[in-house]
Design a binder for this molecule. Structure first.
Ligand code: ZN
Length: 139
């Protein structure tokens, strides 16, 4: 793992939560996009050394909708920046980790992502995030 790329935060409503980050905390909103593979709408906030990924469910069967129902709003996952994501997944599996995704899927911004099962990682949902194949990636 190279560094933390972003922290994912589940929110009920982006429009309601973004002003807290922008106006109260004074952090810039980078972009908003819909990620249909996950049925979420995502807002990226620039927190300097790390990004905050606010996740609002678009459908009731979205994993974020289930999370909000069970746990309410709050920290959902921590994403590590990696290169060569499939090799990293294979390494983790060799080390006994349970992966939710054994092959990467396309996440926000076109990044290749995969999640580790939190039962393998002491209760934290970790994401691997590989941006090496995105042209002009800088955020
Ligand atoms: Zn994420």
């Amino acid at each position: 793992m190279k560094k933390v790329d972003h922290i994912g935060i589940a929110v009920k409503n982006l429009d309601a939560s973004i002003p807290f980050y922008e106006k109260v905390l004074g952090l810039p909103l980078l972009r908003i996009e819909e990620v249909h593979s996950e049925n979420v709408k995502v807002a990226f906030i620039d927190a300097g050394n790390v990004k905050l990924e606010l996740l609002e469910p678009l459908t009731n069967d979205s994993a974020i909708a289930t999370f909000l129902e069970k746990k309410g709003e709050g920290i959902h996952h921590v994403a590590f920046s990696v290169e060569g994501i499939q090799a990293r997944i294979d390494e983790l599996k060799e080390k006994g980790m349970n992966m939710i995704h054994e092959t990467p899927k396309t996440g926000a911004g076109g990044a290749e992502v995969a999640f580790m099962h939190p039962k393998s990682s002491f209760g934290v949902l970790y994401e691997l995030c590989d941006k090496t194949n995105i042209k002009g990636a800088n955020s």
